[in-house]
Design a protein around this ligand. Structure first.
Ligand code: G4P
Length: 528
């Protein structure tokens, strides 16, 4: 176990939230604590503005900027923290889901006023697929939010996660006085601060102590005593093993913009959050402590600027030590490749790196050799598994506008779908090529890129599909029969897996009920 020290000090995670809950603000505060940025406001400019524009070039431009903040690395109390950014824009949700396969844990931000929102549900579902440990940060306590008990209940019921409060708020909005830390029994009084200068905490082991009344007033002190008695009875001590197994989520209350409650959460995070974990591959479980290097590509970022045609493939190191200029085995294409300029995303110095350890994410310049899920090793043949693909939400037929450029179009579509920009299905009846995306924006991106990068002109024709389901069955004959019978509504994905293209929920449910021998899956896995 040569690299144990390096592995043990690494924490690789992502912050997830519904847009506007405070992810960017919290990210910024964490970076301030880590000394990675010096001033508030530094992260803001990298965010895709939600209302600003629907112009995809502008969004891509902003995404281009955000490559630099895709991975933010900072040190805190001797821990090396890799914070992976996830795009806030709904149309890039697939990017976020894939990024979640490269982290060991997540922090979920919930807006205390809005509670559980759409995107929160979907993101947590993805975390649950891998039992990813989740810490919850209830943000915006300085605003009049929902009743805290109701909010916890809503989160537990809607997200189907069991919660464990670590701090407990004293009021909210104008009356917000701070939080009581149930874990280390201290009172933290609310003060608005934008710097990373720590918080004002007072140890109060015994809540009957009158210091409490002096600090927050008799009425609030009485309420807090009642609440804490109730909470102690229900929750007791945090069971870290349950958290690590993804069964229980510690909850913190605070206000990111006021830098309140953030450090308490960060301190707990570094202590309890998992170090780089073992991962499943097509052949066996690979542990980070293994001497030999291995890693996988979870995201590919292409540059839309024709002057810079490079792509950056993001690789998570899973075992051993990655070294610059060393040959590694690219399992899918069965070739040895080496990288002379692997890129590190250290927030302070974006630079070429010499080596990287499990938990680290590095950027590899790519000229089209990589696709999502590709695995690099020191010779062994295996693929990292568990990278999910979900059904697109919009389906359109790809129409070639220039038959002389058919080859270019095919190559372009192959490469763009390898990057994960969209999914490609080929319909059985008629061989139509169908592109599936999460948002309208991607169709514009695809059309633009096919024209500018591959000189292939295309247009899209809307199709009335609502969902794609991957099909499996123990009875091959039944499956073949179904596909033949439903030609107009079936096809295969890029890897040749059969899919059913449902026109509506009603059709889908009818087919599910009528075909008990066929399994309809709402997600698929790369490298399964
Ligand atoms: P996101 O990345 O999850 O989309 O959210 P972001 O951090 O951008 O926060 C969304 C808005 O919520 C921002 O306001 C931000 O200032 C505000 N916010 C974040 N944390 C808190 C908090 O603890 N309390 C309160 N009251 N507000 C908070 P904005 O007006 O959209 O942007 P800005 O003009 O402040 O930059």
């Amino acid at each position: 176990m040569k690299y144990e020290k390096e592995i043990n000090r690494r924490r690789t995670f992502a912050i997830i939230s519904h847009p506007d809950a405070g992810k960017t603000t919290l990210t910024e505060k964490l970076l301030l604590f880590g000394g990675a940025i010096q001033t508030a406001g530094a992260v803001k400019s990298n965010k895709i503005k939600k209302h600003a524009t629907s112009d995809f070039m502008e969004i891509e431009r902003q995404r281009g900027i955000s490559v630099a903040t895709s991975v933010m690395t900072f040190e805190y109390k001797n821990y090396l923290i890799n914070l992976l950014d996830t795009p806030g824009h709904k149309d890039f949700a697939e990017d976020t889901y894939r990024t979640l396969t490269a982290v060991d844990s997540v922090i979920l931000v919930i807006d205390s006023v809005n509670g559980v929102e759409d995107q929160t549900r979907r993101l947590v579902e993805v975390c649950r697929m891998r039992d990813t440990p989740i810490i919850v940060f209830v943000n915006k306590m300085d605003r009049d939010g929902k009743n805290r008990f109701d909010l916890l209940e809503e989160v537990e019921n809607e997200l189907k996660i069991a919660l464990h409060p670590m701090t407990w708020p004293i009021n909210s909005g104008k009356d917000f006085k701070g939080v009581y830390n149930l874990h280390n029994k201290s009172l933290c009084l609310f003060t608005a601060s934008t710097k990373a200068d720590g918080e004002d905490t007072i140890a109060i082991d015994d809540l009957s102590n009158t210091i409490l009344d002096n600090k927050i007033g008799e009425r609030d002190a009485a309420h807090l005593r009642e609440d804490v008695e109730l909470l102690d009875g229900v929750y007791g001590q945090l069971n870290v093993a349950d958290y690590l197994a993804g069964k229980i989520s510690p909850v913190f209350f605070g206000s990111a913009v006021n830098n309140f409650g953030v450090q308490e959460m960060l301190d707990t995070f570094v202590q309890v959050a998992p170090k780089p974990l073992s991962r499943l591959t097509s052949e066996r479980i690979v542990t980070p402590e293994e001497d030999k290097f291995s890693g996988f590509i979870f995201k590919i970022h292409a540059n839309l600027d024709p002057k810079h045609r490079d792509r950056i493939a993001f690789m998570r190191v899973c075992s051993g030590k990655f070294e610059r200029n060393k040959y590694y085995h690219h399992v899918r294409i069965n070739k040895d490749v080496r990288f002379s300029n692997p890129y590190s995303f250290l927030a302070r110095s974006k630079d070429v790196i010499e080596d990287a350890f499990p938990g680290d994410v590095i950027g590899l310049f790519d000229t089209g050799n990589f696709k999502i899920g590709d695995t690099l090793t020191e010779g062994e043949d295996f693929f990292y598994t568990g990278i999910p693909t979900f059904s697109p939400e919009i389906f359109k037929e790809l129409v070639n506008k220039d038959p002389m450029k058919t080859k270019q179009l095919e190559k372009g579509v192959q490469q763009l779908t390898d990057e994960g920009v969209a999914q490609l299905f080929t319909q059985f009846g008629g061989n139509r090529k169908i592109i599936g995306c999460v948002g309208e924006l991607q169709f514009e991106v695809i059309q633009y890129r096919l024209l500018h990068e591959y000189s292939a002109a295309c247009e899209f024709r809307s199709l009335p599909y609502y969902k794609a389901c991957w099909l499996t069955s123990k009875d091959n004959k039944k499956l073949e029969e179904f596909l033949r019978f439903k030609q107009q509504n079936s096809g295969e994905d890029k890897d040749g897996n059969p899919v059913y293209l449902a026109q509506s929920e009603w059709f889908l449910n009818t087919e599910i009920n009528n075909n008990p021998d066929i399994q309809f899956h709402f997600s698929n896995e790369v490298n399964k």
